[in-house]
Write a protein that binds this ligand. Structure first.
Ligand code: ATP
Ligand code: MG
Length: 253
C-alpha cells in the first residue's frame, strides 16, 4: 500500500519564552503507521508531540513558527477549533492517569463531555473501546468498580481505551510503557500493533528495542533538531548520520 500522508511539520520552530526548543523540524507522518520519536532526554520529543494537538498552547509564554498540517489543514490556523483538533488527535501520557471514577465512567468521559446523551451508544462505545485496548476481558465483571483498583498496566490500557472512545484519527503516546513491567509493556506493544490498522500512531520511547519492535518509521531528535527520519529498519541498521549511529549504538544518551 502506498504511504498516505496524515500530518506534516514544515520548518516548525517552537519556543518556551526565549528558549528555542525545536528548530526547523520537517517531518511527515504517514496514515495508519507507527512513527517512533527517539533521542536523548531534553531533545524535544515531548515538545514536538504536544505541538501536534496544540497541547503546548496550555503552557504560557510559548510560541510556534512554521507550519503543521492535519489532512492538509493548518493546525495553527486562527479558524481551527482546538477542541475538535484534540478530539481528532488524542493523547496518552507517560504515567497512567485514570480519573477517580469507575472504569465505565473513565471511558465514557470524553463522550459525556462532548455532549453525548445516548446511553445505549455510550455503553456500546465503552465496550468497543475496552476491547480495542485489550482490556475488556480483564474488567468486564467489575466495570462499575473504581479504576484506581486496576494494576498499572491495566490503568494504562484504560487510558488508551479512554482515548479511543472518542474515535480519534491520530494517537499520540508519550512513553506509554515506561512505568510498566515487561509483561504489561508487551501487551501495550501488541496493542499498538493492532491499533495501527485503524489509527495513525506517534510514540515517544526511550527504548530502542521498543522503537524497533513497534514502529514503521523512526525519527531521531537531538538538541531540538530532527537529525534523521527513515524506515525503522534503516535507522537501526544503516543510519545516514553519525549522531544517529552514536545514539542507537549507545555511545551517548
Ligand atoms: N514547560 C517548559 N518550560 C520551559 N522549558 C521547557 C518546558 N518543557 C520542556 N522544556 C525544555 O525544552 C526542552 C525539550 O524538552 P522535552 O520535554 O520536549 O524533551 P524530551 O525529549 O521529551 O525529554 P525526555 O526524554 O526527558 O522526556 C528541554 O530543554 C526542556 O528543559
Ligand atoms: Mg519527554
Amino acid at each position: 500500500m502506498p504511504d498516505i500522508i496524515k500530518m506534516v511539520a514544515k520548518n516548525l520552530n517552537f519556543y518556551y519564552g526565549r528558549f528555542k526548543a525545536l528548530q526547523d523540524i520537517n517531518l511527515t507522518i504517514n496514515e495508519r503507521q507507527v512513527t517512533a520519536l527517539i533521542g536523548p532526554s531534553g531533545c524535544g520529543k515531548s515538545t514536538f508531540l504536544r505541538c501536534l494537538n496544540r497541547m503546548n498552547d496550555l503552557i504560557p509564554g510559548t510560541r510556534v513558527e512554521g507550519e503543521l498540517t492535519l489532512d492538509g489543514e493548518n493546525v495553527y490556523a486562527q479558524s481551527l477549533d482546538v477542541v475538535e483538533l484534540r478530539r481528532r488527535v488524542g493523547m496518552v501520557f507517560q504515567k497512567p492517569n485514570p480519573f477517580p471514577k469507575t472504569i465505565f465512567e473513565n471511558v465514557a468521559y470524553g463522550l459525556r463531555v462532548g455532549g453525548m446523551r445516548d446511553n445505549t451508544y455510550i455503553s456500546q462505545q465503552v465496550e468497543k473501546s475496552l476491547k480495542g485496548a485489550a482490556l475488556f476481558d480483564e474488567v468486564k465483571d467489575r466495570i462499575h468498580d473504581s479504576a484506581l483498583g486496576l494494576s498499572g498496566g491495566q490503568q494504562q490500557r484504560l487510558c488508551i481505551a479512554r482515548a479511543l472512545a472518542i474515535e480519534p484519527e491520530v494517537l499520540l503516546m508519550d512513553e506509554p510503557a515506561s512505568a510498566l513491567d515487561p509483561i504489561a509493556t508487551q501487551k501495550i506493544e501488541e496493542l499498538i500493533h493492532e491499533l495501527k490498522r485503524n489509527f495513525t500512531i506517534i510514540i515517544v520511547t526511550h527504548s530502542m528495542q521498543q522503537a524497533a519492535r513497534v514502529s514503521d518509521r523512526t525519527a531521531f531528535f537531538y538538541m531540538g533538531k530532527l537529525i534523521e527520519v527513515d524506515a525503522t529498519e534503516t535507522i537501526f541498521t544503516r543510519p545516514s548520520q553519525k549522531q544517529t549511529e552514536d545514539y542507537i549504538t549507545g555511545r551517548f544518551g
